[in-house]
Design a protein around this ligand. Structure first.
Ligand SMILES: Cc1cc2nc3c(=O)[nH]c(=O)nc-3n(C[C@H](O)[C@H](O)[C@H](O)COP(=O)(O)OP(=O)(O)OC[C@H]3O[C@@H](n4cnc5c(N)ncnc54)[C@H](O)[C@@H]3O)c2cc1C
Length: 558
């Protein structure tokens, strides 16, 4: 160990989802931990996110009287994720480990003083399948006062929610124009803002509240966290990872790790070269991931012989690039746009080709798949005046008044008839008209015979709770008609190095690289090529960080 400038029991590369969870496990066992973060801010994409974790059979569900069980969760994962040759990270052993360890991880965090709750209703994304849950299996952080972080307050990566409200409350606020309870909620949030001003509180919610709380407890328990210290290299001795090389004061800085190294350095969403290799047709310009998500640690682990899997996968997120938002950290999401009544998605031939209510991953996969036979990137969200009157569009309030640049730059296309709209988006008018007429027949019968939109609770949840009889199906019938382009953006990549049920990194011959663990989007997801429910990225990142640390603390002497 004499080669090292410093030595810790455990070194974590990146301050992503699982990093601080792993660090807390280590600290509880009395081990020293160093987290090295490349950027100037802690928290990764996790801090920027909704902060939702998909945790089946979790203690908060139990507390709220919602029925779940390991068997039910396994039945669901077996059905959705399954065993597929092209999804090698999604083994049954890993699924079983996840279902066992995930609720334990939540218990552990609660025991550490992390305040967690759940979203009252967020159906699993395939709730109609065996083991699916309609109330959903989400765990989220309660709001957190950033001032508790003291000098670290400005080192936490900001989130995307602008006011002191829980994610669930934000979702309800989108109904401001439709519901008195949403108006009352807006009032409550307004009062909260005033109270915060008077009391000097700085409330964070969603992903920042989660990572803020984690950072707070990590600092209190003596986890060493250093920012602007990128890891360039893993140090290997006699076939095992013994430390990392980072940079200090412009010089290489070698840090030893007695119990191993955990890589939680995100995926490669911002690395166009890697995207072109593994995910051709996708763009780093469409991602919402944090800027540090550049993939070099995946390549570094590959250099040591790590196998990679499912590299083509991303957590797709349907995205529209309204003028002026192209460079936003978080682009305007349109998750609900085409799942709300009075809207559909069509390809460039004017044909509808999916259940617009599916998971965002399935949605974007559908776009990319369709694009192989018919141009579908971008596709067009097509809707009518009933839609624009009632629902938000790309972050703007309901109503026809939209930024002038939207019309001037040809982003929002408007037309008095379907035929004219078809011309405006260079689609064959007969095809678009036929698509809309067919959809309107489905609306009349309240049954989407082509794609079954609305058959499952999740599709309806994405729609409008006040729209009758269907929450998701509504005619496209009232002029003017509109279209905006939709691209398969993402919130992360989802492939990476192969790991086992202890989060140990595996070589191509399936042997373990001793001393090397990975979690989060640096690793190939145990969700395989599916996204079972909200939080299927951050949940696993925390759980595999927890699992890795539990394994590593037992000791890998060298
Ligand atoms: C707006 C938005 C909402 C989302 N909502 C959810 C949600 O609610 N639930 C969910 O499951 N998913 C959500 N996602 C996706 C989810 O946030 C990410 O998939 C997840 O946070 C990735 O976490 P991670 O643990 O892999 O790493 P990250 O949280 O991305 O952290 C990785 C960290 O490693 C650092 N790093 C990279 N390379 C190095 C290096 N060489 N040396 C040192 N440090 C390095 C990075 O700078 C970064 O800070 C959302 C994403 C976005 C953008």
């Amino acid at each position: 160990m004499s080669n090292f400038e410093e030595t810790f029991d455990f070194v974590v590369v990146g301050s992503g989802g699982g990093s601080m969870c792993a660090a807390l496990v280590m600290r509880e066992a009395g081990k020293s931990v160093l987290i090295l973060e490349k950027t100037s801010l802690v928290g990764g994409t996790t801090a920027r996110s909704g902060g939702v974790m998909w945790i089946p059979n979790n203690p908060i569900m139990k507390r709220h009287g919602i029925e779940d069980s390991p068997e039910k969760a396994m039945a669901y994962l077996d059905n959705i994720v399954g065993d597929h040759a092209d999804a090698p990270a999604a083994t049954r052993a890993r699924r079983q480990a996840y279902v066992t360890e995930a609720p334990r991880m939540v218990d552990f965090l609660l025991g550490q003083g992390i305040r967690l709750t759940r979203v009252s209703s967020w159906p699993d994304y395939y709730d109609e399948r065996p083991g699916g849950s309609v109330p959903g299996r989400t765990v989220v952080a309660e709001m957190f006062d950033a001032n508790l972080l003291g000098p670290w307050k400005n080192k936490l990566r900001p989130g995307f929610l602008p006011a002191p409200a829980m994610l669930e409350e934000f979702m309800r606020l989108a109904r401001l124009h439709q519901s008195w309870s949403a108006k009352l909620l807006a009032l409550r949030v307004g009062l909260r803002i005033i109270a915060a001003k008077l009391t000097g509180k700085h409330w964070l919610s969603a992903g920042t509240a989660l990572q803020g709380q984690m950072l707070h407890v990590a600092l209190q328990t003596g986890v060493e966290i250093r920012t602007e210290m990128p890891v360039h290299e893993l140090i290997e001795a006699a076939g095992q990872v013994t430390g990392v090389i980072t940079v200090k004061d412009g010089q290489p800085w070698r840090v030893g790790a007695r119990h191993g190294v955990l890589v939680n350095a995100g995926g490669f969403a911002h690395n166009q070269r890697m995207r072109d290799i593994y995910q051709p047709g996708t763009s780093a310009k469409w991602t919402n991931a944090a800027p540090g998500d550049t993939g070099e640690m995946i390549e570094e682990m590959m250099r040591l012989g790590a196998a990679v899997g499912q590299m083509e996968e991303m957590v797709g997120y349907q995205t529209t690039l309204a003028p002026g938002t192209e460079n936003n950290d978080v682009k305007p999401p349109v998750q609900s746009l085409t799942a709300a009544p009075h809207a559909i998605l069509v390809d460039q031939s004017g044909v509808r080709y999916m259940n617009e209510g599916g998971s965002y991953m399935a949605y974007c996969k559908g776009m990319l798949e369709r694009n192989k036979s018919v141009p579908a990137v971008p596709s067009w969200a097509v809707f009518d005046s009933q839609y624009i009157r009632t629902y938000m569009l790309a972050g703007t309030r309901p109503g026809r008044k939209k930024p002038k640049s939207w019309y001037d730059e040809g982003y929002l296309r408007e037309a008095a008839t379907i035929e004219e709209l078809a011309h405006r988006i260079s689609v064959e008018p007969v095809a678009l008209k036929a698509t809309i007429e067919r959809f309107n027949v489905f609306v009349a019968g309240n049954k989407d015979d082509d794609f079954h939109r609305g058959d499952r609770a999740y599709d309806r949840w994405l729609g409008d709770p006040f729209h009758k009889p269907s929450q998701t199906l509504g005619t496209i019938a009232q002029p003017p008609f509109y279209a905006v382009p939709v691209v398969p953006g993402d919130v992360s990549t989802f492939g990476g190095v192969m790991t086992d049920e202890h989060a140990r990194v595996l070589r191509t011959d399936s042997s373990v690289i001793p001393g090397l663990y990975a979690c989060g989007t640096s690793s190939a997801s145990m969700m395989g090529r599916a996204y079972p429910g909200a939080g299927s990225s951050i949940g696993p990142s925390f759980v595999w960080g927890f699992v890795a640390a539990k394994h590593a603390k037992e000791g890998l002497p060298f």
